[in-house]
Design a protein around this ligand. Structure first.
Ligand code: GRG
Length: 396
């Protein structure tokens, strides 16, 4: 097997594993939990699936989701000769005034809440940008249910109602303008409902779970709440026609970016989460580092903490590295947005280091000037041509 990074083991460096391709098991000395079973009881789909076939690991399960998405995209390419670049206004059965208004409302939300990413989407074709805003808004609203001002009133039942709405909009029966925008989007792009359902599953998990036993559990959570977003984005952003990479490898990179972003988010917000009684860091890794929940609640930066954080940051960076391999394979017009958000989010890890690993009381952030400086870098990277190499030559 070609030399690739183990993105699971925080302490180790380059290993003999593609953890995102779970059939290749990690052979590194830290013995990660790739082959361990899901260990929390819930009604989640991954759990039931793992119970049905208990020898499968979490990452294998997620990898199968990736393969399914890649199949869907292939199938879509085969079935439709539809040119996604052509103006969608050609569709006569659509009420364009209402739909345009719906997309405009989505645009406003993305522009308000994800400023830099929004800027990046402006380079995309109008059809793609509208679709991305619609997806972004649905994900944001889903996240708001458990993270927003009304979060304390949200019960699993409320999430079930949200899921019913999701089913309805996939059936062409949207409840409101934002749903209408997504309903139209999913009718045009091969975006799988499972990804949306899995995201809701992540929110349900968040409601009932405040500790993660090991990286397997955390990885699954990260897939649910962020990996799904990456996978939803690929069909809309599109793969460059000249790309020689496999569809799976692009989906893998998108998944890796979602996971990397979520891990970064978790590392940045350790202090804030602790105030809410939540610890997303793997309990077994904390214990191995000689740390306990109490150390986190006390919030003292010690050498043990620094060393633990170094391992966590290293692992998050490995996921970014994995993601970077795929960005250049996306359609040219989609690359800037992805590079910009990747570079900016990745820099939060540098900011945690610059804060001497005090993520208890200091919020790591990227200064505005640094953000601005990253935009031309992202632009330059976006111009890089997708690999002309065959996938086996890339080691994917
Ligand atoms: C790499 C390839 C091939 C494609 C790109 C695929 C994409 C777009 C991946 C990104 C997925 C993504 C945006 C996941 C969400 C991650 C996340 C932690 C978002 C946090 O959002 P906010 O809560 O608004 O962030 P702040 O808390 O920082 O404001």
């Amino acid at each position: 097997m070609s030399a690739v990074l183990c993105v699971v083991c925080p302490k180790e460096n380059a290993h003999s594993l593609v953890s995102l391709m779970p059939r290749n098991y990690c052979r590194c000395s830290s013995g990660n939990k790739l082959s361990s079973k899901l260990s929390f009881s819930s009604g989640v789909s991954a759990y039931s699936s793992a119970v049905a076939n208990p020898s499968r690991s979490v990452q294998e399960w997620v990898h199968e989701v990736v393969l399914k998405q890649a199949d869907l995209m292939r199938e879509h390419r085969r079935k439709t000769a539809m040119d996604l670049e052509k103006p969608i206004e050609n569709d006569r059965s659509t009420n364009w005034n209402r739909l345009n208004e719906a997309f405009e409302r989505c645009r406003e939300v993305t522009a308000e809440y994800a400023k830099t990413f929004y800027l990046g989407t402006l380079l995309m074709t109008p059809e793609r940008q509208r679709a991305i805003w619609a997806i972004d808004v649905w994900c944001r609203r889903t996240d708001e249910l458990v993270d927003g001002p009304n979060a304390i009133y949200i019960t699993p039942k409320a999430l079930e109602i949200w899921e019913t709405r999701l089913n309805d909009l996939f059936e062409g029966q949207p409840y409101d303008v934002y749903d209408a925008a997504l309903s139209y989007t999913i009718s045009k792009y091969p975006v799988d409902i499972q990804l949306f359902k899995d995201m809701i599953e992540g929110m349900k998990l968040d409601l009932r779970k405040s500790r993660y036993e090991n990286f397997d559990e955390l990885y699954l959570y990260c897939y649910y709440v962020a990996g799904t977003v990456g996978l939803m984005s690929v069909p809309v952003m599109g793969i460059a026609p000249e790309s020689k990479a496999s569809i799976e490898s692009v989906y893998n990179a998108a998944l890796a970016l979602g996971i990397a972003n979520q891990l970064t988010n978790i590392l940045r917000d350790v202090g804030e989460d602790a105030i809410r009684g939540r610890i997303y860091l793997p309990q077994d890794e904390l214990a191995q580092a000689g740390l306990s929940d109490d150390d986190i609640f006390r919030g003292k930066v010690t050498d043990k903490w620094r060393s633990f954080m170094k391992g966590q940051i290293k692992r998050a960076r490995m996921f970014y590295d994995e993601a970077e391999k795929g960005v250049s394979e996306l359609n040219l017009t989609s690359r800037w947005a992805v590079w910009a958000s990747l570079l900016l989010y990745r820099q939060i890890l540098d900011a945690i280091e610059a804060n001497d690993y005090n993520n208890f009381t200091k919020r790591a952030y990227v200064a505005k000037v640094q953000k601005l400086a990253s935009l031309p870098v992202a632009y330059a990277r976006a111009l890089m041509r997708p690999s002309k190499l065959a996938k086996f030559e890339l080691g994917w």
